[in-house]
Design a protein around this ligand. Structure first.
Ligand code: ADP
Ligand code: MG
Length: 366
């Protein structure tokens, strides 16, 4: 899909990108990561010719990028950056339509495409189409930036620290959105970051760079288990490797059947379930978890049967949540299990601390 062959960039005598060769397959989410100044942005900009290369070759679907007409380059390679670069005096719709307009698409087709992209990025079309960038939050502006990069339906999306300027919560939301968009569109993405958690969460492959050179190019799990050298090991951060691993594990890989009972169940039957399982989730008439009975889950001392504990919304897990997030919620709520709920909020299972410790999940290698 994208092949870099001996890609090199010199500024004066400095080799800021030094003989980088790698292949990104169709549909991959490739993350370039490394410390500031290691040549990530320069590598990305050489792919769409924003920066001329000193030597080497870049092939897109087997064609030399250097030989592509500018118009094809724009259509086939989308580009999104941190500062977004939305035009301040243009509406959201006009901003999204930049490339289709340059490519002289008919008006109706452009309007349809804008609607489609607003829907894909979960921006209500009627509310956002005619807004100006200054009326948007950082997260909304970044969604528009991603929509704009996708506008002409490019083969490849290049993204340079697109979420770097967002607050941590908005950032997590946008990461999840991008993962969904990647899943739904099957686009090939090359994404630059210096944040290993972000890389581990999003990447299908990670390219670690240092001082202009490619140090390791591997799947996230391989990187975690077999770092190529001390630089990669240090960059991964020894201290929380275990937690980082859990950013590549999902709740659906760990979910187990949950002991449950209707909230109107008799005390005796609850006692029986607790005697067997240590706890029981109480569900309402629609099957939504409402409470937990059985204090053995709690770290706190006290009656082993304990009181009924009301389930707080942030005490829930969903199948798509990472196990790192689930674990974080367990620690935060001081519980050893979370109820897992489906899209309708119904209890579909549970994840437990014992489950995290106890086994390698199926299909975890990806
Ligand atoms: P990264 O994105 O990994 O932080 P960059 O690719 O932006 O790194 O930069 C790599 C190196 O190239 C840095 O040392 C930077 O100072 C240098 N560099 C980038 N652009 C230019 C330029 N236009 N002229 C001279 N040096 C540059
Ligand atoms: Mg950069």
């Amino acid at each position: 899909m994208i092949e870099l062959h001996g890609l090199t960039k010199l500024y004066d005598d400095a080799r800021v990108v030094d003989d980088v060769s790698l292949t990104v397959d169709q549909g991959e989410f490739c993350v370039l990561i490394g410390p500031s100044g290691c040549g990530k942005s320069t590598t990305l900009k050489m792919i769409n010719r924003l920066v001329p290369l000193t030597s080497g070759r870049i092939l897109l679907h087997g064609e030399d990028v250097a030989a592509l007409p500018a118009e094809q380059l724009r259509r086939r390679i989308g580009y999104a950056i941190q500062s977004i670069g939305l035009f301040p005096h243009w509406t959201v719709a006009q901003n999204i339509a930049v490339v289709p307009t340059l490519l002289k698409w008919p008006k109706a087709r452009i309007a349809d495409r804008v609607e489609e992209l607003l829907a894909l990025l979960r921006l209500d079309a009627d509310g956002f189409r005619d807004k100006y960038p200054h009326e948007l939050s950082g997260g909304q502006a970044q969604r528009v930036g991603v929509a704009r990069a996708l506008a002409a339906d490019p083969d490849v999306m290049l993204m340079d620290e697109p979420f770097g300027a967002l607050d941590p919560i908005t950032r997590e939301v946008l990461q999840a959105e991008l993962a969904r968009v990647h899943h739904e569109t099957g686009k090939t993405i090359v994404f630059v970051t210096h944040d290993m958690d972000e890389a581990l969460k999003l990447a299908t492959r990670i390219a670690v760079m240092n001082e202009g050179r490619l140090v390791q190019y591997d799947r996230p799990i391989e990187l975690l288990f077999s770092p190529a050298d001390d630089f990669v090991r240090d960059f991964l951060g020894k201290a929380d490797l275990g937690l980082k691993l859990l950013t590549r594990r999902w709740v659906h890989q760990y979910v187990a059947p949950a002991p449950w009972a209707d909230r109107r169940a008799s005390m005796g039957s609850l006692r029986d379930i607790v005697a067997t399982h240590g706890h029981v989730w109480l569900v309402d008439g629609d099957g939504r978890p409402e409470g937990l009975f059985g204090a053995r889950l709690w770290r706190a001392e006290g009656d082993p049967l304990g009181e009924l504990s009301r389930i707080h919304p942030d005490w829930l897990a969903t199948p798509e949540m990472t196990m790192k997030e689930a674990l974080s919620r367990m620690v935060w709520r001081r519980v050893l299990a979370l109820p897992v709920v489906d899209a309708d909020g119904r209890l579909s299972g549970e994840v437990t601390m014992a489950g995290v410790m106890g086994r390698q999940p199926e299909g975890a290698a990806a």
